[in-house]
Design a protein around this ligand. Structure first.
Ligand code: MTE
Length: 881
């Protein structure tokens, strides 16, 4: 891939540790020391900071589809372990200087990183197709050999940069970036226009669509930009294969990516495979449902209900907006005012959009009444000033180009004596079109392009000033926004939520709806993580939801989900599962069990990572772990009807048992591919509990219809590509069938002679497990009567197996199907499961010890409950799954 210049070789030797690192800020590019001595001849521009290629795959990544990607452990994970969405700690990012090392460069991956073997890189294929006269197919080797190569510094910014601030005001559909979703590198490659010129777009051609190699739940990642932007040399749109002089790293698109300067990072498609010229913007799912700023009046519900909002190109984001943030003072930095130097140097970054230069950065310490101008270092100009030259196998030639595609660093010296009287430090930037950052936030459903004045609060603590940034990234607690909100301040009052004299505390916007209070105001104990972890057993199970600690001891017996699920959560943070599975009624019961709040440090420890089953990677004798999520890979998917699938998940190894007792369930957790919101549901596999290495789950997919939204979980599962994983945890459930009539209900054993099994739709699955256990054991004398309700014949799940059970076990198995829309020739039962059918087929007799197992939609379970009680069945004989 081209010859290396001496400069590159030296750089690589530095990378490999042979040469001392170059000072991070500015490197003198001149061979002759005599010339260097003359300031007029110093052609100085920043070279990359020292870098260390991560050599090791981190333990946390080993069980994910990214097990082939070595990474830097300093990066803060914003969406759990996988996919990899990370930013560096803000101070570390800033300290690296103008250029960011690839290992600290922020990463935004929607899914798994494609596996690309080193030997295949030169033959990586890229096509140019669509509205062109000469479609092109070429390899990376050809792209590098046949096209002119350029090297340019470019800042990439995720459209979600600073989103955590929006999430504090009102939860958006996006995860919480701090202010480090931005990084800069020297990219080397070809101008995209060169390639497209050779393909000769036709007259109708307007857009350049791009597609990556990462297969995601909604297809390959893809988006588009306008053709005339690509053809405009001032916009500098590139196809890059190198970053800071080395081959792109896997997380950044190895071996080839688009780089669209001045626009949001989402347009710079990584692992680029296809360029398609069209007359319409991309119809890729990620182009439509991601990277948009919908009007602020569009709520999450409205956005979900009305796809028209997403299809309006006016709301798609291309150019970045003007933005800035303060890096120093850092969050929680303290300044002792006694003996402090006269000035404190406030420092940070700023960037503009669409190539527009940041023309001023202003700092205020009196809430925006007056502003002082800061000094700006335009490092990007140093490459312009240096004139054309070769670097990393490409020509740096920016002399002719006026656009600014990089961040700039600014500083502002503020007298410490003035800071002592100030409440906060504010910064705002303006660009050459006089676009200025606003004071107030523009909240929108995806939480993108957040760019109000960046504010650091100053807390006066005796002789110290303690600085507080607005937020901390991901779930890390801290920041003035969280503090102000907790105290009832309205973050949108135009005054950063500070109480104006006489103002009542407010409930923040967006939280007024359906926020169930789960804490007890009378409780104000602080609990440490060590105290929590001591209560990790059935003796005294404590668990955490949203940072609050609850004692489940007195609820073990009554818990409708069984004592086991409380015990499984003991000593752990179970926020996700709790919030996903429980009703508002259940949440409203929580204040009675509230015993305290986790302290700050403990919250941080908990938020840094949930417990992962066997992080060491040693094989576990049993797959399921009731206290931590395990990853199971989707192995295959078989459609058994138009809306029903059997998903087969692969466990860790072929001989591994699942570890699910008959009659119990497991939880499956998926994350919404865009919002990263976790979705958790419980399922009972239909494969035998003794099956090894794999487990089969039968799922009916609830698609969207004209009148109602479909099922979030089942649609997401249906969209899951083969090879992706889901998180699995369990067992859960209060019922277990031990065998030969012996059951265990919440730990108490009970013998039965007969089961009545009442179910509807996919409620058959737990029933099926128990029924099969009874039928497979020839010595099990228990009799079973199944009453299975559905709408149409084709809705009856597992019918073939059920019929075989009935045929082979005439003396102990009776299966009754009832249909609400049975065909004319249907000779089974008709109508809904309710009083009359139950009276006829589930008759109570005191001589036969019977347990009724019920599983189905809520309405069916309610009707059956009422009807059976009316017919004299006590609750102790009814078991709802
Ligand atoms: N390209 C592909 N193929 N897949 C992706 O998930 N993410 C996009 C963009 N290109 C993405 C992609 C988004 S949203 C951003 S912000 C940038 O890549 C991030 O680039 P980086 O991870 O190299 O910083």
């Amino acid at each position: 891939m081209g010859h290396m210049t001496e400069e590159e070789k030296a750089h690589l030797r530095r990378v490999e540790g042979e040469l001392p690192p170059t000072p991070p800020e500015t490197v003198v590019d001149g061979e002759d020391p005599k010339e260097v001595d003359d300031p007029k001849n110093i052609l100085a521009f920043p070279l990359p900071p020292p870098t260390k290629v991560p050599a090791k795959v981190l333990d946390v990544d080993k069980k994910t589809p990214d097990a082939h990607v070595p990474r830097d452990p300093r990066l803060i994970r914003l969406t759990g372990v996988h996919p990899f969405n990370v930013e560096a700690p803000l101070s570390d990012l800033y300290n690296e200087g103008f250029l960011t090392s690839p290992e600290l460069f922020y990463v935004r991956n929607h899914g798994a990183v494609p596996v690309v073997r080193d030997e295949d890189i030169p033959n990586w294929e890229l096509t140019v197709e669509g509205l062109v006269e000469y479609p092109i197919k070429l390899t990376l080797k050809e792209l590098v050999a046949d096209y002119e190569q350029v090297t340019c510094p470019i800042t990439l910014v995720c459209a979600g940069n600073r989103r955590k601030e929006q999430n504090q005001v009102r939860k958006t559909k996006g995860f919480s970036w701090g202010a480090a979703g931005v990084s800069t590198a020297l990219f080397t490659g070809t101008f995209m226009s060169e390639l497209i010129k050779r393909a000769r777009p036709t007259r109708r051609a307007r857009y350049v669509c791009m597609e990556g190699a990462d297969k995601l739940p909604n297809g390959f990642y893809g988006t588009s930009v306008k053709l005339n932007w690509v053809m405009d040399p001032n916009r500098g749109i590139m196809l890059a294969h190198k970053m800071n002089g080395e081959m792109l790293r896997p997380d950044h698109g190895q071996p080839l990516r688009a780089v669209i300067p001045g626009q949001i990072g989402g347009r710079s498609v990584k692992w680029l495979k296809k360029i398609i010229i069209t007359d319409q913007p991309s119809d890729n799912w990620y182009h439509i449902y991601d990277n948009r700023v919908l009007p602020t009046s569009v709520s999450p519900d409205e956005a979900a209900a009305n796809p028209a909002w997403w299809k309006d190109e006016r709301y798609a984001i291309y150019d970045l907006s003007t933005n800035s943030a303060i890096a120093y003072p850092a969050h929680d930095e303290q300044l002792c005012v006694i003996g402090a130097p006269e000035n404190y140097r406030v420092k940070g970054y700023a960037y503009g959009g669409g190539g527009r230069r940041v023309t001023r950065v202003e700092v205020s310490i009196d809430k925006g009444k007056t502003w002082r101008l800061s000094k700006i270092d335009y490092a990007e100009d140093k490459y312009r000033d240096a004139g054309p030259r070769e670097l990393f196998g490409g020509t740096v030639d920016m002399t002719w180009r006026e656009s600014s595609f990089c961040w700039c660093f600014w500083t502002c010296d503020v007298p410490v004596r003035e800071l002592r009287d100030a409440k906060d430090i504010l910064v705002r930037a303006m660009d050459e079109s006089m676009n200025i950052q606003p004071r107030d936030m523009y909240w929108s459903v995806l939480g993108m392009m957040n760019n109000p004045w960046y504010r650091i609060a100053i807390n006066q603590e005796n002789d110290y000033l303690r600085f507080e940034h607005p937020t901390q990234p991901a779930l890390i607690p801290g920041g003035w926004m969280e503090r102000v909100k907790k105290a009832g301040g309205n973050l949108l009052n135009g005054y950063w939520g500070e109480r104006i004299d006489g103002e009542e505390p407010e409930v923040p916007v967006g939280e007024q709806t359906k926020e169930i209070k789960m804490t007890n105001d009378g409780v104000n104990r602080e609990i440490t993580i060590d105290q929590l972890r001591k209560h990790d057993s059935e003796k005294n199970p404590w668990f955490v939801v949203n940072g609050e600690v609850y004692d489940g001891t007195s609820f073990l017996k009554e818990h409708p989900g069984g004592a086991q699920s409380i015990i499984s959560a003991a000593g752990l943070d179970s926020t996700d599962e709790f919030m996903a599975i429980h009703s508002e009624t259940a949440k409203a019961m929580m204040p009675s069990y509230h015993i305290g709040s986790l302290d700050e440090v403990s919250r941080r420890v908990l938020s840094e990572g949930e417990v992962q089953a066997d992080p060491s990677g040693t094989p576990r004798p049993i797959f399921l772990d009731s206290r931590s999520w395990s990853k199971a890979i989707l192995h295959s998917k078989v459609s058994v009807s138009w809306d029903t699938r059997i998903f087969t998940f692969k466990l860790d190894y072929d001989e591994q048992p699942l570890g699910l007792p008959t009659g119990q369930h497991l939880m499956i957790r998926l994350r919404d591919p865009v919002t990263r919101e976790s979705i958790i549901r419980s399922y009972t596999p239909i494969s035998e509990t003794t099956k090894k290495g794999y487990t089969d789950v039968l799922v009916k997919v609830y698609f969207d219809t004209q009148d109602r939204k479909g099922g979030k979980m089942t649609k997401a599962m249906d969209a899951l590509p083969i090879g992706h994983f889901v998180d699995v945890k369990g067992p859960i459930g209060k019922f277990e069938y031990i065998g030969r009539g012996l059951c265990s209900i919440n730990g108490t054993q009970r013998r039965v002679n007969r089961f009545f099994m009442i179910c509807g739709g996919s409620g058959i699955t737990p029933i099926f497990q128990v029924l099969r256990a009874v039928m497979k054991d020839k010595d099990d004398p228990t009799t079973c009567v199944v009453l299975d309700g559905n709408r149409l014949v084709e809705d009856i799940l597992c019918k073939d197996d059920l019929d075989v059970f009935a045929r082979d076990n005439v003396d102990k198995c009776k299966i009754l199907y009832t249909l609400t829309q049975g065909p004319e020739d249907w000779n089974g039962l008709r109508g809904r499961i309710g009083g009359p059918l139950l009276k006829e087929h589930c008759c109570r007799s005191i001589e036969i010890n019977t347990l009724v197992l019920i599983c189905g939609p809520e309405a069916l379970e309610k009707n059956v409950h009422v009807a059976l009680n009316e017919q004299g069945w006590p609750d102790s004989d009814l078991l709802f799954f």
